[in-house]
Design a protein around this ligand. Structure first.
Ligand SMILES: [Zn+2]
Length: 331
């Protein structure tokens, strides 16, 4: 099981620092890669360089590009308190989340994260940017419309969302799902949800598009990991106040060389300053009730070969957060 956080730097046996980009350059130039050690104070455990590579996907044409990183060698662990110590960070997040309505302790020592509470809370809140206008749900009265018998107040929901995005940011920093899946079960009502049905990184946005289709079995909040590309404030004189945060789009080749598909992610909110806090290039966790937007097609001649008519298909996925706990930068 993978226990570490992907690292971007390490030191060699002489204490000389190496960055992941420098190591990739050494690899590309066929230079030897030195033995590497964790550079967090007092840790120094052996780590290894994993070169940039592609991962093939079943039934899909375009493989996922995996950037280079530095990770633990097999069966090794960072020391307690090391900044790359993923189990330690997970323990801290879980220790702070004690509300059994949201994070329920199971008999086998695992915990269960209850997505239905988040789903209901997010649905019950107003439109983007109107969070302050909503009132907490009444604590008494009819429970007929509340299948769980429990509905979070605004403060509780914000706190659950922060815990969730902290967990997701940790997931994004790790190599894979293994650490979180070993300790946390995701539950939506009666159903257990696999981590890979819940957390989607770049390269899998097309799966999210399919998942949100009209025949989708059950609506649920999803976590997407993207990289901030731009911020788009309302134009001068606009009658609306929404700013859009756009992420790097995913491009898929198709079987037809003259047809390309794009998947675009955007987050909208009226608080432009908040969205701008996530600078261009930031890796961002975006959690909530994603919407499938427009699918548009444009046909025009190829940029370098005017005899080729190209069709570009754009799929828009959007999120309108009702709580600031729904976004978290990956550190
Ligand atoms: Zn370490």
């Amino acid at each position: 099981m993978s226990k570490g956080i992907k690292m971007l730097s390490a030191v060699d046996a002489h204490g000389t620092p190496h960055t992941v980009d420098g190591l990739q350059r050494r690899y590309d130039n066929e230079l030897a890669i030195p033995g590497l050690f964790c550079d967090s104070p007092n840790c120094g455990r052996a780590v290894r360089f994993v070169k940039r590579h592609t991962k093939n996907r079943k039934d899909r044409i375009e493989p996922i590009q995996v950037p280079a990183y530095i990770g633990l060698i097999r069966d090794s662990e960072h020391v307690l308190g090391c900044r790359y110590d993923a189990p330690g960070r997970l323990k801290l997040i879980l220790a702070a989340a004690s509300d059994p309505n949201f994070m329920h302790a199971l008999d086998d020592g695992k915990r269960e994260l209850r997505l239905l509470i988040l789903h209901q809370g997010l649905k019950g809140r107003g439109a983007s940017g109107n969070a302050t206008a909503t009132t907490p749900p009444p604590t008494t009265g009819s429970t007929a419309s509340r299948p769980t018998g429990f509905q979070a107040t605004r403060e509780q929901l914000d706190s659950y969302l922060r815990t969730t995005t902290d967990l997701l940011a940790l997931r994004a920093a790790c190599d894979d799902d293994a650490l979180l899946a070993a300790q946390l079960t995701l539950r939506l009502g009666k159903r257990t949800v696999a981590w890979n049905e819940f957390f989607y990184e770049f390269g899998r946005y097309d799966e999210v598009w399919e998942k949100l289709g009209p025949d989708a079995p059950q609506e649920m909040p999803l976590a997407l990991l993207g990289t901030v590309k731009s911020h788009q404030p309302p134009p001068a004189g606009a009658t609306y106040t929404t700013t859009y945060l756009n992420c790097e789009s995913q491009y898929n080749r198709t079987d037809d060389p003259n047809r390309q598909e794009y998947f675009e992610l955007s987050v909208s909110h009226t608080d432009a300053n908040w969205l701008r806090r996530f600078a261009v290039g930031t890796r961002l966790i975006m959690f909530g009730l994603w919407r499938r937007g427009k699918r548009s097609e444009t046909t025009k001649p190829h940029a370098r070969d005017a005899t080729r008519m190209m069709t570009y298909v754009t799929h828009k996925l959007s999120l309108a957060p009702v709580s600031k706990g729904q976004l978290a930068a990956v550190s």
